[in-house]
Design a protein around this ligand. Structure first.
Ligand code: K7E
Ligand code: CUA
Ligand code: CA
Length: 648
């Protein structure tokens, strides 16, 4: 088919389906979301058995798959860091192999590493007055590393918890969560993005702020007295300090926040709004033809905070400035700019050249392209209308969600309903928007299996986008893998975008449910192999220091591990004692991790080389307990044990 004919056929298909989606009753719309024509025809999952699977579906005779294999002993070229959704964790994969390397516990409990079990991890997660973990669940949607001068500095990654409104920080040298903050006045904290340089002081060109958007509006004083006055519900935009992880300031807004993007010059942050209606029910949330992409003028907000132009709400001490439309009538002093975009947008992504933001339509078959410089002009009072900042709105297909960029002027958007990735050219989209009929924004389409959510390009969220890979994190896998019961794995499909045509080169199964990910070349990630024993103030630095100390009913057991022994062969406590075990791993050899478990006391954690961890529990069950090493460390690993006697 000629390019022109392809374009026409695609356009006809889009328009045909668009009419359907716009006129369909709400009930059928929900039907479309759950099951489109393509996915319905591919498989009947309930009846699928291993022998029914059709290998080769989507495979292409023109692709040399061996180019993307990673052979035994070879290393991957890229890391992929992924948020784990309602598992509450974050994951590290290798690309192109798709091999899973590590699951980083963040908001969830993890009995392998002892996250949520050790005193140190409980302190990070947060505890109730009685010392028990405050929340056991988390819902991680977005993960983004810290920046220096528009690209990753390898220092931190930031992850959100949608459920409880928390932001976590992961240290990239150890790949462990080291701080968590709970945002005040927030429910449904969804989008998050670090700034890419400090906007106030040009000399500071690294991440100092992390922006957080709250999706659900709630009464500002959520005291149980207001269910129905939804006009008083509010959504809040939050800024967290990347070093102290304290909340710096918040902005009261109209409508809600969804995804968040930050600019490359540090001047703006933005969030797409799908519920500018402030509706409480979904039909209310889609009643308006247009919603917004809301921009925040960071310097003005920080000046307002400094000048004391803020309020406090709901007992929180965090300054809240007013970013509502009513409070910001003059663009020249406004803290916020609401750019109208088409109906219920989903993601918003900044292009690597720093010039544009792409907002996807979700309920409109379009992407809206907003120019950074024009939003700044609006703030200078030079535009009549914020809508003038929109420079393109190409029709790209049904259910557009997230966009990645290749650094060569092309955008790649996931189409949830069409189960496709669409590649479109930014300059062509701008020309077409200006009325140039010869400009054809859409340059390629590729079917994915099935219903893609996030999609992202290698280094695509940095100024160093390399245009090599696009990964499509799909929400349904249906017939792509051996059936494993009603809960299917999801598919992460690797697409080579280095040529004119996208090439699907691998299906990777991923544990439910990956949300967002990023792809980083391996040379930007520098991890440590051994801890510094001095990092831990409570370290037991010598096996000779192992001992039991008693202060009343409080007993501390100082313990070391060194393959294949623990520093104490046995020790005794009394029933009712509050026992704290401090364990330092004295082994200095890379990869020589030990574990420590006590039967019936629900204790299980690991200590990496030169690391110290501790646990505290009440010795309420008399008897002899074998405390054993859980991590295979030595030929005498099974013999690596110690005994605790709890005297009756
Ligand atoms: Cu990043 Cu799924 Cu939370 Cu889009 S959201 S798909
Ligand atoms: Cu130490 Cu196994
Ligand atoms: Ca809406």
């Amino acid at each position: 088919m000629s390019e022109d004919k392809t374009q026409k056929t695609m356009a006809a298909a889009i328009i045909g389906r668009r009419r359907f989606i716009n006129t369909a009753a709400l009930a059928s719309l929900v039907g479309v979301v759950g099951c489109n024509e393509k996915s319905a025809s591919t498989a009947t999952p309930a009846a699928l058995s291993a022998s029914d699977a059709k290998p080769g579906n989507g495979s292409d005779g023109n692709v040399d798959y061996s180019k993307y294999e990673v052979h035994p002993g070879q290393l991957d070229d890229y890391y992929s860091f992924s948020s784990g959704g309602h598992a509450g964790d974050a994951r590290i994969y290798g690309l192109p192999s798709g091999r899973l390397f590590k699951i980083i516990p963040v908001f969830n409990m993890d009995c392998l590493v002892g996250w949520g079990i050790t005193n140190e991890s409980k302190k990070i997660i947060g505890t109730k007055a009685d010392g028990s973990v405050k929340y056991h669940t988390g819902d991680t949607h977005h993960i983004h590393p810290s920046y220096k001068d528009g690209t990753y500095d390898g220092k931190y990654m930031f992850v959100n918890d949608k459920i409880h409104g928390r932001l976590a920080r992961i240290r990239m040298d150890t790949m462990e969560t080291d701080k968590i903050v709970e945002l005040p006045l927030v429910q449904g904290f969804h989008g998050t993005f670090p700034d890419k340089r400090d906007p106030v002081d040009p000399a500071i060109n690294y991440t100092t702020r992390v922006f957080c958007g709250s999706e659900f509006s709630i009464p500002l004083d959520n005291n149980g007295k207001n269910m129905d006055a939804t006009a008083d519900y509010r959504s809040i935009f939050t800024c967290v300090d990347s070093e102290s992880m304290e909340v710096r300031w918040q902005v009261l807004i109209d409508g809600n926040c969804d995804l968040v993007a930050s600019s490359y010059d540090g001047k703006l942050a933005c969030t797409n709004q799908y519920n500018s209606e402030n509706g409480a029910h979904y039909e209310d949330m889609m009643s308006a033809e247009m919603d917004s992409c809301l921009f925040f003028n960071i310097a003005r907000i920080e000046e307002a905070v400094k000048a004391g132009k803020f309020k406090n709400y709901g007992g929180s001490k965090v300054p809240v400035v007013d970013g509502t439309k009513a409070a910001n009538p003059d663009p020249k002093t406004a803290l916020t700019c609401y750019v109208p975009v088409s109906k219920n947008p989903h993601g918003v992504n900044a292009s690597p050249d720093g010039k544009y933001y792409a907002c996807s339509g979700k309920l409109s078959p379009t992407a809206t392209l907003i120019e950074h410089a024009l939003v700044l002009k609006w703030f200078d009072g030079e535009l009549k209308d914020a809508r003038e900042a929109v420079v393109a709105e190409p029709e790209i297909g049904l259910g557009p969600l997230h966009t990645g960029f290749d650094g060569r002027g092309n955008a790649y958007t996931t189409l949830f309903l069409d189960s496709q990735i669409v590649k479109w050219n930014v300059e062509a989209a701008i020309k077409s928007f200006k009325g140039d009929k010869t400009a054809k924004p859409v340059v390629d389409r590729l079917d994915v299996q099935y219903q893609p959510g996030h999609g992202f390009t290698s280094m695509g969220e940095t100024k160093d986008a390399d245009g090599k890979y696009f990964l499509s994190d799909n929400k349904f896998s249906k017939d792509r893998f051996l059936p494993v019961g009603p809960l299917h794995p999801e598919t992460a499909q690797l697409i080579d975008i280095s040529g004119d045509k996208m090439k699907l080169v691998a299906d990777h199964s991923v544990y439910s449910e990956p949300h967002d990910s990023i792809i980083i070349p391996r040379n930007l990630v520098r991890t440590r192999q051994v801890y510094d024993i001095n990092e831990f103030p409570n370290a037991v630095k010598d096996a000779k220091d192992c001992r039991v100390e008693r202060k009343g009913k409080k007993v501390t057991v100082y313990l070391t591990s060194q393959a294949p022994t623990f520093g104490l062969r046995e020790w005794t406590v009394k029933r009712g004692d509050e026992v704290t075990i401090i364990l330092t791993n004295l082994d200095k050899v890379e990869d020589l991790t030990h574990g420590f478990a006590i039967p019936k006391y629900d204790i299980n954690f690991i200590v990496n080389p030169q690391e110290t961890k501790s646990v505290t529990f009440i010795a309420d069950k008399p008897g002899v307990y074998w405390c054993y090493c859980t991590n295979f460390c030595h030929a005498l690993h099974l013999e690596m044990r110690s005994r605790m006697l709890v005297e009756a």
